[in-house]
Design a protein around this ligand. Structure first.
Ligand code: KG4
Ligand code: ZN
Length: 371
């Protein structure tokens, strides 16, 4: 039987500092250990990611995070050690340059001193490979497939013919889907990440009485646009409220009420607004993706990125695929692997044929999927 392979993954493209050790056995990829540290508390305080500050935090945490990953790495009671690692995978772009440099320079140094091959991974491609972390081979995605990446910075529709052979079909012309969630949440007084906050309000809301246009439904291409939706949302909020009502303490009080299911006053309107926003974003994403599947006659779908954790998006995809695409397969990562993490980076490396000389690897903040 072929020997199992172990890869150490490192991810630092935005504000997370993450390391993971994954194992590839016959037909399966499993997480042996995984650590994600984020500066979420700083984001709560300042309302978002401050690049310089994120990189400083990552510089402090990268070595402890990698150490902890090794400390937690055991299999059948036996420790997985540096000597067991076959290669090191690292995100080299896109992302914040200061943050990327922390991961890239650390990975280069470790590859040199430990004498391990170094695998550079595009963060956007890495997201999709969270779908390959499965215990059984028959659960892995099949090619050709359509891939939808929905994150805080990207909304990209891809046609994958095979590993490393893909065609970019379309992307957002302005804000990403996650960015729209984040900006609308911010308007309501909630810090990054806004998606889960909008979603909790949306769960308690009724979307039948507010009308929001679904963007780009008439366009013949596979592009998206979400900035108009954000403006529409903001106009509705302004029409209903004095914007000064949304000071942080109001927002926190309202959050407590919504979390404990004791809505009062204007809470219901906000929940309805969030529900309508969520449905509209979901309809736009699902509509274009299904259109691409039909046009290219593809039955397999993989989705990835922070927004793919959204339950309504998952449900709507499942419902629409069941109705419109016979014999479909649908893959979505487990929720903890939708947002940025090193496990997906290590998973991607099992399928990459690109190795790079550590002296030549450079972080590239502008890397994209569009050729
Ligand atoms: O993939 P990710 O962690 O980072 C980027 O590479 O951008 O995605 C973060 C994005 C944020 O915009 C966040 O608001 C969104 O994912 N997000 C969600 C949910 N969880 C995270 N959006 C909607 N519903 C969620 N449950
Ligand atoms: Zn990401």
């Amino acid at each position: 039987m072929a020997k199992a392979k172990f890869i150490l993954g490192i991810e630092t493209s935005c504000d997370e500092t993450s390391a993971a050790i994954l194992k590839q056995g016959p037909g399966s990829i499993t997480v042996i250990s995984h650590v994600v540290a984020s500066s979420a508390n700083l984001q709560e305080k300042y309302g978002g990611v401050i690049p310089e500050q994120a990189a400083r935090e990552q510089l402090k945490s990268i070595i402890p995070v990698i150490q902890e990953t090794f400390l937690k790495a055991t299999e059948d009671g036996k420790s997985i050690e540096i000597k067991d690692i076959d290669s090191i995978a690292v995100t080299y772009g896109p992302g914040l340059i200061g943050s990327l440099l922390v991961g890239v320079e650390t990975a280069k140094t470790l590859a040199l001193i430990w004498h391990k091959p170094l695998v550079p991974i595009n963060h956007l491609i890495g997201h999709f490979y969270a779908n390959w972390i499965v215990p059984e081979k028959h659960n892995t995605p099949k090619f050709p497939c359509i891939g939808l990446l929905v994150s805080g910075g990207h909304t990209d529709l891809i046609l994958f013919k095979d590993h490393s052979n893909y065609e970019f079909l379309g992307g957002t012309r302005d804000d990403a889907a996650g960015e729209c969630f984040d900006k609308c949440a911010r308007l309501l007084g909630y810090a990054y990440p806004g998606g889960p906050k909008i979603s909790l309000f949306a769960e308690k809301g009724d979307s039948t009485h507010i009308k929001m246009p679904i963007p780009m439904t008439q366009s013949q291409d596979f592009d998206f646009s979400f900035s108009g939706l954000k403006t529409f949302f903001s106009n509705l909020v302004e029409k209903e409220f004095e914007i000064s009502n949304f000071n942080p303490s109001n927002a926190q009080e309202r959050w407590k009420r919504v979390s404990s299911n004791s809505l009062k006053g204007k809470d219901q309107y906000i929940a309805d607004l969030c529900s309508t926003l969520e449905n509209t974003i979901v309809s736009s994403l699902v509509g274009k993706t299904i259109k691409a599947m039909k046009k290219y006659n593809i039955k397999n779908l993989i989705i990835a990125g922070g927004v793919s954790a959204n339950q309504r998006l998952r449900d709507k995809f499942f419902e629409t695929l069941t109705r419109e695409i016979p014999d479909f397969s649908f893959h979505v990562p487990e929720k903890s692997l939708c947002t940025d993490n090193a496990a997906m980076i290590a998973a991607a490396a099992f399928f990459s044929t690109t190795l790079i000389d550590p002296f030549r690897l450079q972080a590239n903040p502008n890397l994209s999927l569009a050729k």
